[in-house]
Design a binder for this molecule. Structure first.
Ligand code: ADQ
Length: 458
């Protein structure tokens, strides 16, 4: 069978076979661990020049990384990828900016990835590229003469064409994306938006092709698109959540808390809707005073991309909001909102999920959102907590039995918090069972296997 070559912006540091937290890293590692292969990407280091580093192997996985120069990092990573693409892909047009030089830097780094990767490739390698940093990589590889099958899985949403077209280089980006053989999306909404762009604005046409994915003819090529919702290892999460030693750690944490816990866990990112969520919690306290003194809302949010201005701003705003809510409602013996500005190891986080009566996952937009799935998987089936989930998270397409909310509707979210804390156990069990069933079907293994099979079949 052909070798799997995974390419992602970051190659996560692997220790004893486990990648650091993060949905993409966990998924990639899982795909490589079972059959072995090559993982290629940025080392995370910024050096004088963009250069390849020596490869090293961990078990069946060969890791091959490259360093980026300051200019490449600024234009590609901070600039076009995270200053232009990320906000637009998450429908936050107003937070994006566009600089032609940054887009050129983005293309230059995609070309650099291709040149560094090419000598490592064998003719029958299957190349699986991940995420929005590398939309142009297949086109760069084709320019280097690489004829292998190349697929892209987009972890973020893909927005409606009118939103995507606010990026001045949209047509060039779409053309480059069409150099992939297979484009994978988290939900049918994302896939349909991409197809809509191709059919309406790039003169694409539907075509016949292998089953499993839909086929279009565009820019002289045949491109297939499919929906592959990323999942979690349900039993592994539950086992981590109830491992006694880990649970003790969580109980120590809980000793500081009041009876009822509403939990949120996110990277500190404006797409995650933290500000709107804090405002909704404030509204909940104002409108449902019966919960005063009895409930704590804990927001865990380690800073991310903190050298980008929009991220510094959201951090200041969220800190200000947390202080204001506590200033308004706290008592000498009760602090309603706990804001923890750092990450936690999974063996602390999973038991904490199990302790929480409710989890608020209310992104303004999210490709999938694995916290929602991890929370549901971590629950005790006899006494499960309630997931309050944004209808704009990819996960909402599957987890229809969560309490679905509109993250822009503060009053609706406040009511959902009250409903979650008052929900009878039978209803909680029923909703939880439905979520488990779907998560067991759409597991991480299935995500990996279906994408690989469709890429191979093309
Ligand atoms: P992210 O935006 O990073 O991922 P998410 O799907 O929630 O978001 O995955 C985050 C992962 O990191 C989870 O496994 C979670 O447990 C962990 N994590 C988050 N906050 C943490 C914290 N404070 N401490 C420790 N661990 C934490 C991108 C897309 C998502 C998509 C994933 C996977 O933006 O939409 O679901 O990729 O495809």
């Amino acid at each position: 069978m052909s070798r799997l070559v995974v390419v992602s912006n970051r190659v996560a540091p692997i220790q004893e076979g486990e990648a650091t937290a993060g949905g993409l890293a966990a998924g990639v590692l899982d795909a490589l661990k079972s059959k072995g292969g090559l993982w290629f990407g940025w080392s995370g280091e910024v050096t004088d020049a963009s250069v390849p580093k020596a490869e090293h192997t961990v078990g069946p996985i060969t890791l091959y990384t490259i360093n980026l120069s300051r200019e490449d990092y600024d234009q590609f990573y901070r600039g076009f990828a995270n200053g232009t693409l990320w906000p637009v892909l998450h429908y936050q047009i107003g937070l994006g900016h566009y600089e032609e030089a940054e887009f050129r830097g983005y293309r230059r780094v995609n070309d650099f990835f291709a040149r560094a990767l090419k000598p490592l490739l064998r003719p029958d390698d299957l190349i699986w590229v991940h995420d929005y940093h590398l939309l142009c990589l297949a086109e760069s590889l084709r320019a280097e003469g690489v004829a292998n099958r190349i697929g892209l899985f987009l972890h973020t949403p893909f927005p409606a064409p009118g939103v995507f077209m606010t990026i001045p280089s949209h047509a060039e980006l779409i053309r480059a994306m069409c150099a992939y053989d297979l484009l994978g999306f988290q939900t049918d909404i994302d896939r349909a938006a991409f197809q809509d762009y191709v059919l309406r604005h790039a003169k694409g046409e539907p075509a016949d092709g292998a089953p499993g994915a839909e086929t279009m003819r565009v820019h002289g090529r045949v491109v297939r698109t499919g929906v592959y919702p990323i999942g979690v290892h349900v039993d592994e999460v539950r086992a981590q959540a109830e491992t006694p030693v880990n649970r003790r750690q969580a109980t120590r944490l809980r000793a500081f808390m009041m009876d009822r816990l509403i939990l949120s866990v996110d990277r500190l990112d404006y797409s995650k809707g933290l500000r709107q969520r804090f405002a909704a919690f404030e509204r909940f306290l104002a409108e449902f005073p019966a919960h005063h003194g009895l409930v704590t809302f804990m927001q865990i949010a380690p800073p991310s991309r903190s050298d980008i201005e929009t991220y510094q701003r959201i951090r200041r705003e969220v800190e200000g909001e947390a202080g204001r809510v506590n200033g308004r409602f706290a008592e000498v013996d009760w602090v309603p909102l706990r804001y923890l500005n750092r990450g936690f190891a999974r063996n602390v986080l999973m038991p904490l999920y199990a302790e929480a009566q409710a989890c608020l996952v209310t992104p303004l937009r999210d490709g999938m959102n694995l916290v929602a799935k991890e929370y549901a998987a971590a629950q005790d089936p006899q006494d499960p907590g309630v997931l309050i989930l944004s209808e704009f998270a990819g996960a909402a397409q599957e987890l229809q039995s969560a309490l679905l909310v509109n993250p822009y509707d503060e009053a609706g979210m406040a009511r959902a918090m009250d409903q979650a804390l008052s929900m009878p156990v039978e209803e909680r069990q029923e909703r939880h069972q439905e979520m488990l069933k779907i998560m067991r079907t759409n597991s991480l293994e299935r995500w990996r296997d279906r994408f690989e099979a469709d890429l191979r079949a093309g």
